[in-house]
Design a protein around this ligand. Structure first.
Ligand code: NAI
Ligand code: MG
Length: 359
């Protein structure tokens, strides 16, 4: 049964900590959220769900049958990470994350990338402060479709077919989102394509991008083939502002960009339904990190920055900006960097530093 729709001022946040460090970083993000919400008098209420691989192993499903209905009335969803050894990754992904993204038409996957002062990028040219870009990934169609199948299983002529789906509506709305976002930043969009090799969907993508770009004459734009774009993202990351790509291209570029920024532990993401019809979901880019889970050393900043994106989406940009400033301050001090950033701070020490900044 669906929970009653929340009141006008109380913001109901559905929290899904998930597995491994997902639980640790979500707890950290909540502490920071509570602090900033108190300062800005933002009434937040949480509904926490234990949906995870742990649940899958005991109950046979990542979430209950009415899971999506329970999330539907929420104002936003905050997710840690799901995935655990012993449960195939396609089970955790298709049993929870992808149904949420698709049922709630979260067609934008937004991944901001910055090289913060104090964080050393593995890329020599990525100077702190200079790299500041956003990857806008199409999140509900494209290459990640369920259309296709396997034939002749077990025979030498076994085959697999997977269809990509690109719709005019789907490409238009993601491109429009990217252009509108660019206008609030440095007014520059780069479209990721591969229309030289992929002869049907990618020329279509290019056509729609050009059409939509004409509607945003104040925003400069160009298109790059995905292979060349990947190289440029490493060689000249400070050149980019907003990069828009299909589901697959956006997925790969955003991990690449997060690595360029110094650590996947910092990278945030938002799965947005910009129409506001359904709840949007906010989650760090990283996974459940079974190798460090339970040690109290996970970097919580990806989850905290994701929570800031949530505050912004809920209409609290000042509160969001304060959280990002606290993250900056925390990263600039070697004493409050976690091990993935060559520091020694624990998750708890980072949270204390953030709370001190916010006080
Ligand atoms: P991962 O992101 O969990 O870990 C990759 C490496 O980065 C590990 O060495 C880990 O210790 C480190 N790392 C990640 N986040 C960190 C943080 N916050 N602080 C410090 N170090 C951090 O990716 P991996 O190992 O490929 O996947 C582990 C599990 O997570 C798998 O089951 C996978 O399917 C799942 N996963 C889930 C995602 C989600 O829920 N959105 C996204 C990516 C992976
Ligand atoms: Mg990915």
């Amino acid at each position: 049964m669906a929970a009653p729709k929340s009141g006008a001022d109380v913001r109901r946040i559905a929290v899904i900590p998930g597995d491994g460090i997902g639980v640790e970083v979500t707890e950290a993000a909540r502490q920071v959220l509570d602090a900033v919400a108190r300062r800005h008098r933002i009434p937040l209420a949480y509904d926490e769900y234990d949906w995870s691989c742990r649940r899958y192993l005991t109950e046979g499903a990542m979430m209950p049958a009415d899971g999506l209905d329970r999330l539907r009335p929420a104002d936003a969803i905050l997710l840690g990470a799901v995935g655990w050894p012993g449960v195939p990754d396609h089970v955790s992904l298709w049993g929870l994350l992808i149904p949420i993204r698709r049922t709630f038409r979260q067609y934008v996957n937004l991944r901001p990338v910055r090289v913060f002062p104090g964080v050393s990028s593995p890329v020599r040219g990525a100077r702190p402060g200079a790299v500041d870009l956003v990857v806008v990934r199409e999140n509900v169609e494209g290459e990640y479709s369920e259309i296709g199948g396997r034939f002749n299983r077990g025979f030498p002529d076994e085959m697999a077919v997977q269809e990509s789906v690109f719709t005019r509506a789907g490409v238009s709305r993601i491109v429009d989102y990217a252009f509108a976002l660019a206008r609030t930043r440095r007014s520059y969009v780069t479209s990721a394509t591969k229309s030289n090799g992929i002869v049907h969907t990618m020329p279509f993508w290019d056509e729609v991008v050009a059409e939509r770009a004409a509607e945003h004459p104040d925003v400069r734009w160009d298109a790059e083939h995905i292979d060349a774009l990947a190289a440029k993202l490493v060689l000249q990351p400070d050149r980019f502002d907003v990069i828009v790509g299909s589901n697959l291209f956006g997925d790969i570029l955003s991990d690449l960009a997060a690595a360029v920024a110094g650590s996947i532990g910092i990278a945030p993401s938002a799965n947005l339904d910009p129409t506001g019809t359904f709840p949007s979901m906010f989650e760090p880019v990283h996974g459940s990190a079974p190798d460090i889970a339970g040690q109290g050393i996970a970097n919580p900043l990806g989850a905290v920055w994701s929570a800031a994106l949530m505050l912004d989406h809920l209409g609290h940009p000042e509160a969001a900006a304060e959280v990002v400033s606290a993250i900056e301050a925390c990263l600039s001090d070697p004493a409050t960097r976690t091990r993935d950033l060559a520091g020694t701070a624990t998750t708890r020490e980072v949270v204390s530093a953030l709370l001190a900044q916010l006080d």
